[in-house]
Design a protein around this ligand. Structure first.
Ligand code: UTP
Length: 227
């Protein structure tokens, strides 16, 4: 059975916009697919994590302590998603990718958040995909595709339907200097996917048809990143 890691940005899990409806739709979609695909959901922290990190930073906390706050929020989101899935989710939110692999169970979904300080849940998704030999990573995010620049800031930004891992790395590197879509997938995650030849699909995480098509490896409106 093909394994698929789905990275859910915090910005699509709990933006405070009919989140219960989204979580129900997600649970139903996963329920329909999880007998055919071994699905792993990795949850981000979003606005709530950024709030804790910003406030902690003002208090003078170290970067490691701030990351720990972020991780706690990602795990809180993972708990919410796991509970929305009910019996379809394995009962526990693993704290690291090896534990996630151990919890794998046919027909059940592993739901997790962050692992250790120093990276983001995009990187966790890529590490997990490498660990379980997933066929692809589906990044459900708040934009509908990767663009040549941030479409919310640059009206000339072009939508990319298919790029290579190297092109993603180039885009993400540009992003580090303030011009590109660094939010689409983080640099460490992109590097791991590049090295492991793991496809990444960037899709609007709130568009359930897109999410479903990406998990099944069908055509999407978003961006496919492959060798
Ligand atoms: P996210 O994965 O949500 O970070 O983790 P992000 O990419 O900044 O968020 P989005 O995608 O824009 O919504 C939240 C924070 O938790 C810490 C980091 O500080 C991260 O920024 N974190 C998360 C870790 O330190 N380790 C992890 O494994 C995951």
């Amino acid at each position: 059975m093909d394994k698929v890691v789905v990275s859910l940005g915090g910005s699509i899990i709990v933006p405070d916009d009919r989140d219960d409806v989204f979580l129900n739709d997600l649970a139903n979609m996963v329920d329909e697919l999880c007998d055919r695909y071994q699905i792993y959901l990795v949850c981000g922290g979003g606005r709530v994590a950024r709030y804790y990190i910003r406030t902690g930073r003002s208090l003078g906390l170290s970067e490691e302590r701030l990351d720990e706050l972020g991780i706690m929020v990602t795990r809180l989101n993972a708990s919410l998603v796991s509970r929305a899935l009910g019996e379809r989710a394995v009962g526990k939110v693993p704290h690291e990718v090896l534990e996630a692999r151990r919890l794998e169970h046919k027909g059940k979904v592993v739901v997790m958040g962050g692992t250790v300080p120093g990276h983001t849940t995009d990187a966790v998704s890529a590490m997990l995909a490498r660990e379980v030999r997933a066929v692809r990573i589906v990044n459900g995010t708040s934009v509908d595709a990767a663009y040549t620049a941030d479409p919310r800031q640059d009206p000339k930004a072009k939508r990319l339907s298919r790029i290579t891992h190297q092109q993603l790395l180039d885009l993400v590197n540009v992003g580090l200097h303030g011009a590109g879509p660094s939010h689409v997938f983080d640099r460490l995650g992109a590097q791991i996917a590049h090295d492991g030849h793991i496809d990444i699909c960037i899709v609007d995480g709130r568009d359930m048809q897109e999410m479903r098509a990406a998990i099944e490896g069908r055509a999407i409106k978003g961006t496919v990143i492959s060798d």
